[in-house]
Each structure stands twice: as structure tokens, then as C-alpha cells.
Design a binder for this molecule. Structure first.
Ligand SMILES: CC(C)(COP(=O)(O)OP(=O)(O)OC[C@H]1O[C@@H](n2cnc3c(N)ncnc32)[C@H](O)[C@@H]1OP(=O)(O)O)[C@@H](O)C(=O)NCCC(=O)NCCS
Length: 201
């Protein structure tokens, strides 16, 4: 039996990016109920500043849309191997093939899974894909000034602050600065070598 047939028969997971504690795979319609729950979580809504409700239908439509336009964005489910469960999503958005830029977004659904390095592992795998497979050269991200986990995990992956949009986002009754950060390919590559050696081998 071929390796591929065996994997299908044993219902082994489809793996797009392979890490140590997590792997990343395409988002499927069956993920909609869990992703809907994460997207409606009050902490997540505050951190990503999205205060509109996510119905199951809107989640399914979003999954169908990203599945059809699969060269415009790279959006992947993050699966924690230990519990074989989708713990979040991460993506490359606004890919610009002329300037070779993109932005990233990330969401880990439950507090108990945050601050444990899973986001960093997923981001390192995604940036390796962006820089070494898709030939992008600069990836940007924006986070609210109080979102230490987001600023922290991106900093570990090489993102540096480029500027701030002052009092830009209305959240929890007041305005917050939006911190604009970015990582260039040449700054990421040495970090990737060290991360691979220390965390993925
Ligand atoms: C943002 C998110 C994806 C990060 O993933 P994560 O798995 O929690 O992050 P990690 O554990 O890999 O890394 C976080 C790092 O930030 C550091 N950190 C925490 N608070 C910090 C602060 N106030 N300032 C600077 N760094 C901080 C942590 O110490 C950790 O680094 P360490 O491993 O060296 O200790 C996740 O927390 C999340 O989904 N949050 C809710 C949604 C969200 O905010 N999305 C991003 C919107 S821009």
C-alpha cells in the first residue's frame, strides 16, 4: 500500500506546515462551529477589535470564500497535536505580488492555550512559508498597544515597530494606539535557523 493511500485509510490529518507541538492545515467547513466560538469570545473580540457577531452562517461563508480564492490569502488552522484539536487560526493576508508584502493575523481561541509558545511556533512556520516558499520579502502586522501577547510573540519572530497610529481604535470605552510592526526576510532568516535548531528538531 502506498504511503498516501495508507494515510487516507488511517484518516491521518492533512498537514500543510509541520511543527513540533502544533501543525497547520487548511481550514475546513467542519471547523466552522469551533472557529465561530473563538471569534465571538469577548477577550478575542477586544484584542482584534471586532465587535460584530459571527453567526455560523457567516463563519461558513468565510471558509468557503477563503477556500475558493486560495492564492489571495494563506489561512491555516492551528492544531495542537497533544489534544488533536484546532486551537486557533493564523493567516497571511493582503498578499501583494509586486511589492512582495503581506500582513499577518492570528487568533488562539482559549486563554489556557495562550502564552505557551504555540503562537510563536505557528508564526515561525508561517513566516518560513512566506519568505522561503512564496518569495515574499516583508510581512507586517498591527496590534493594539495593550496587546502584550501579540506584540510579544511577533517580536520573538523578528517584527519591529515601524510607527503608531495614535488613538486610532475605539475599544472598551476609549481610544487605543495601533502599533504597526513588520519583519523583513533578511531579519527573519537567522532567527529561523536558531528556532529550528532549538525548538523544532
Ligand atoms: C496573539 C496570540 C496569537 C499570541 O500567541 P501565543 O501563543 O499566546 O503567544 P506566545 O506564547 O507564542 O508568545 C507570547 C510572548 O509574548 C510575551 N509577552 C507577554 N506579555 C507581554 C507584554 N506585555 N509585552 C511584551 N511581551 C509580552 C510572552 O512572554 C511570550 O514570550 P516568551 O515565550 O518569551 O515568554 C494569542 O495570544 C491570541 O490569539 N490572543 C488573542 C487574539 C489576538 O490578540 N490576536 C492578535 C491580534 S493583533
Amino acid at each position: 500500500m502506498s504511503d498516501l493511500v495508507e494515510k487516507i485509510e488511517k484518516k491521518e490529518p492533512v498537514v500543510f506546515l509541520s511543527g513540533k507541538r502544533i501543525y497547520m492545515r487548511p481550514v475546513e467547513l467542519a471547523d466552522a462551529p469551533v472557529l465561530q466560538r473563538y471569534a465571538n469570545d469577548p477577550d478575542v473580540r477586544r484584542m482584534v477589535s471586532n465587535q460584530f457577531p459571527h453567526s455560523l452562517i457567516s463563519e461558513e461563508e468565510w471558509i468557503k470564500k477563503i477556500s475558493k480564492d486560495n492564492t489571495k490569502e494563506v489561512i491555516l488552522a492551528i492544531v495542537l497535536k497533544e489534544i488533536d484539536q484546532v486551537i486557533g487560526v493564523m493567516g497571511l493576508h493582503a498578499i501583494n505580488w509586486k511589492d512582495r508584502t503581506a500582513t499577518t493575523g492570528a487568533l488562539i481561541g482559549k486563554e489556557e492555550w495562550r502564552g505557551k509558545g504555540y503562537g510563536t511556533e505557528a508564526k515561525m512556520l508561517l513566516l518560513n512559508h512566506a519568505f522561503n516558499e512564496l518569495n515574499l520579502r516583508k510581512i507586517s502586522s498591527a496590534a493594539l498597544e495593550f496587546n502584550g501577547l501579540s506584540l510579544g510573540f511577533n517580536a520573538k519572530c523578528g517584527y519591529k515597530e515601524e510607527g503608531r497610529q495614535k488613538k486610532h481604535v475605539f475599544v472598551s470605552g476609549g481610544y487605543s494606539d495601533l502599533v504597526l510592526t513588520a519583519v523583513f526576510r533578511e531579519d527573519f532568516l537567522p532567527l529561523w535557523q536558531v528556532y529550528k535548531r532549538d525548538h523544532l528538531s
